[in-house]
Design a protein around this ligand. Structure first.
Ligand SMILES: Nc1ncnc2c1ncn2[C@@H]1O[C@H](COP(=O)(O)OP(=O)(O)OP(=O)(O)O)[C@@H](O)[C@H]1O
Ligand SMILES: [Mg+2]
Length: 292
């Protein structure tokens, strides 16, 4: 799908990978006797797209929620833009939140609000914005995610899964954040809608110089988008590296996830220079899926 923004950023270089913007050190998170994270370290630099993968229940959503300040760590430090989040006063924490946009795993939109009001909601929370300005900002965000204005008055129930995700992204970027967090953004989308979503994130990444942290089970999305992949296993980040390197780490989850049929098929779609760095087991034939 061609959009004005996509055309405008075509050929633009990728954002430069710069200073560390997320620094998680020796993080422990417990729910009662359930230890979700233990001695977990995690870094993200400005301009990166980091995919977070791991088994169900490995703590991916919990990690993102702690980084966003929606959940408190049991111990350890989280620094955002160089500042320790545990020492921020209320106002600074609020400012920090506005620098980060989020697309949640479940309930991407408020079902009782139409598209316009969903996207306007974070702006309205900021305070009084003149109606005309609000309208312009919302319409601009909808255009940026490739949604024609005519959908603005629709209710979420009247949208396709792919459109719901687009509106969710429009809302997440309403306050022009520097970082975007996505939790299973392509779950439930058909392959075409997933591909379009990958295009959209790639376009926004270039256009806005965004830093993206994306939780995903979807190997194709991960391979197509991520500059690095962080693998959550054994309560910590086992490895955080370009996917061709992460795939070579000797661990049962990595063998199963990256070197199974689907994993190999996704990895073999890497460009030749990166494919050359894959472990030999990833290069074994991965026949295309047969649909009977
Ligand atoms: N609010 C909570 N109270 C108690 N336990 C929780 C809470 N939130 C998460 N957990 C537990 O923490 C662990 C990690 O959950 P989390 O939702 O972060 O996993 P996930 O990796 O995102 O899984 P999925 O792939 O299924 O989304 C699970 O054992 C879960 O039961
Ligand atoms: Mg989750």
């Amino acid at each position: 799908m061609s959009t004005p923004l996509k055309d405008a950023v075509r050929g633009r270089p990728l954002p430069t990978i710069a200073e560390t913007v997320i620094e998680v050190r020796d993080l422990t998170k417990r729910y009662g006797r359930n230890i979700v994270h233990q001695h977990l370290d995690f870094d993200v630099r400005r301009g990166e797209i980091v995919a977070v993968v791991g088994g169900s229940g490995s703590g991916k959503t919990t990690l993102v929620r702690q980084i966003l300040g929606l959940e408190r760590q049991s111990s350890g430090t989280i620094k955002l833009f160089g500042e320790d989040t545990s020492t921020l006063d209320g106002n600074t924490a609020l400012m920090m939140r506005s620098r980060m946009g989020m697309l949640f795993q479940h309930g991407a939109l408020f079902s009782s609000l139409n598209v316009f009001d969903n996207v306007a909601q974070p702006l309205r929370e900021l305070g009084k914005i003149p109606d005309e300005l609000l309208r312009d900002i919302v319409m601009l965000k909808l255009e940026m995610v490739g949604l024609p204005c005519k959908h603005a008055s629709k209710m979420p129930a009247a949208l396709s899964g792919g459109m719901v995700k687009r509106v969710g992204i429009a809302r997440a970027i309403a306050l022009e954040p520097e970082m975007l967090f996505l939790d299973e953004p392509t779950a439930g989308l058909d392959p075409q809608a997933s591909d379009e979503f990958v295009e959209l994130i790639s376009t926004l990444h270039r256009a806005l110089g965004l830093t993206v942290v994306m939780v995903t089970h979807d190997l194709d999305t991960m391979v197509a988008l991520s500059t690095r992949v962080a693998v959550l296993a054994d309560r910590k980040v086992l490895v955080a590296a370009p996917v061709e390197e992460a795939a070579g780490v000797d661990h049962p989850f990595i063998r199963e996830y990256f070197l199974g049929l689907r994993g190999r098929r996704a990895l073999q779609a890497l460009p030749p220079d990166r494919r050359a760095k894959l472990p030999p087991a990833a290069l074994e034939p991965a026949p295309a899926e047969i649909h009977l």
